[in-house]
Design a protein around this ligand. Structure first.
Ligand code: ADP
Ligand code: MG
Length: 400
């Protein structure tokens, strides 16, 4: 599978991302340098090249990618020069919770008018481990509240069935060994979690069935609160954990040439420092680190996009076998990226970054092929969303 990313600045040669297996990739660059645009290019190429063989999932904290349903008419001429046509894509906009409660009714209607499939993404309480539940409420598994919660969820998990928050509440209430104060505090939190409406109450839907190959699956987190223990992180954590397990099972079947219930997955996370920050934990971090480190075998690709590579967990950074960097200017970020320099690059990464001039220009480092290219990213076939500001020109305090 060869994904056309752009052409070299110098010779106008096509530049591909060769995706033989799964990858861990970093897309970075300062604000307005073209990261989100580029992320969209990768998704367009995945759909063109892999069709139904891959499930592309965009984790969208800003709520901007639904514009991919529309063709990029503004750049029709540029596309023509590249031998490409405009195209709008099938979009599944997965909203954790009740779309009607989270979105303005008119906005929802307008999205549906455009043809966007708006889907309520229902998470299952049983998809979170006993530890995960304690983590969610930030309670210590060795302190009274944590012990009670852990015990309740563990008892329900042991039955190997799916359960609802209501059942956790019941298990806590019936716990004869728990103190009333711990129970009370836990019940408050469990009720609050019910109120989020992102956990399904009755029916269990395997999460992997909510993502469709060949379409742009967008997990829209923009209406949920951020933060290390917020619902954005919770959602990503459950998706990552679930798909890891489901793909590991599918992979095993594939090895025996049995029909696979789940194609390979590419998860592309914009503003990824919210989920895998360096130096602190989040609900999703462990799962994403696992994708970066062990995802290749089950066929799980992870793409993290950020304006601040220095704010991304170093373990994830060091796992990235593809680096696609737009212009960077802050010393810390250039430093973080430069530390990923390899001998085969000829010169340090910072030298390449220094030579990037315009929006949409990038350096691509492919650690598997041991190649480096300076390229212009190709124009998007679908409409790019969310650019509130025009691309930045070289700014005055550029340290070079
Ligand atoms: N390869 C490109 N070709 C043309 N315009 C681009 C390209 N990359 C980015 N842009 C434009 O630059 C602006 C900023 O891009 P964006 O991807 O939103 O930045 P970032 O995510 O890095 O903050 C947008 O208006 C977008 O249309
Ligand atoms: Mg962006």
């Amino acid at each position: 599978m060869k994904l056309l990313l752009g052409r070299t600045i110098q010779d106008n040669d096509p530049v591909y991302l060769t995706a033989r297996g799964a990858h861990a990739a970093l897309i970075c660059g300062k604000r307005g340098s073209g990261k989100s645009y580029t992320l969209g290019v990768v998704v367009e190429e995945l759909i063109a090249q892999a069709e139904n063989q891959v499930i592309p999932i965009i984790v969208d904290p800003m709520g901007v990618y639904h514009t991919m349903i529309q063709a990029n008419l503004a750049q029709q001429e540029a596309l023509f020069e590249w031998g490409l046509s405009t195209k709008g894509y099938d979009i599944r906009l997965l909203i954790p919770g009740e779309p009607d409660l989270l979105y303005d009714r008119d906005v929802l209607a307008a999205l549906k008018d455009r043809g966007v499939a708006v889907v309520s993404l229902q998470l299952n309480p049983s998809d979170l481990t006993p530890d995960g539940w304690c983590d969610l409420f930030d309670v210590d598994v060795n302190k009274p509240m944590g012990i009670v919660l852990f015990r309740a969820v563990q008892r329900l998990s042991h039955k190997d069935e799916n359960f609802s928050i209501q059942q956790i509440i019941k298990a806590v209430e019936l716990d004869g060994r728990a103190q009333d104060t711990s129970k009370e505090a836990l019940l408050n939190r469990l009720e609050a979690a019910r109120g989020w409406q992102i956990f399904s109450e009755d029916h269990y839907r395997p999460l992997q069935e909510q993502f469709v190959p060949g379409k742009v699956n967008i997990v829209d987190l923009s209406r949920l609160e951020p933060g290390p223990r917020g619902r954005r992180n919770l959602t990503v954590s459950i998706i990552a954990r679930n798909l890891f397990r489901a793909r590991a099972d599918a992979r095993l079947r594939e090895e025996f040439n049995l029909a696979s219930p789940l194609p390979r997955v590419w998860m592309l996370i914009d503003e990824a420092h919210q989920f895998v920050p360096s130096g602190s934990s989040t609900l999703a971090k462990d799962q994403l680190v696992r994708w970066a480190k062990e995802g290749r075998q089950p066929g799980l690709s992870l793409v993290v996009a950020t304006q601040q590579p220095s704010a991304i967990d170093p373990e994830v950074l060091s796992q990235c076998d593809i680096i696609l960097s737009h212009k960077l200017t802050t010393r810390a970020d250039i430093g973080a990226l430069n530390s990923l320099s390899q001998d085969y690059m000829g010169s340090e990464l910072r030298t390449y970054i220094r030579n990037l001039k315009r929006t949409g220009e990038a350096v691509l480092v492919d650690d598997e092929l041991e190649t480096v290219a300076m390229l212009r990213i190709r124009p998007r076939r679908s409409q790019h969303g969310g650019s509130t500001e025009p691309p930045q020109e070289e700014n005055a305090f550029d340290i070079w």
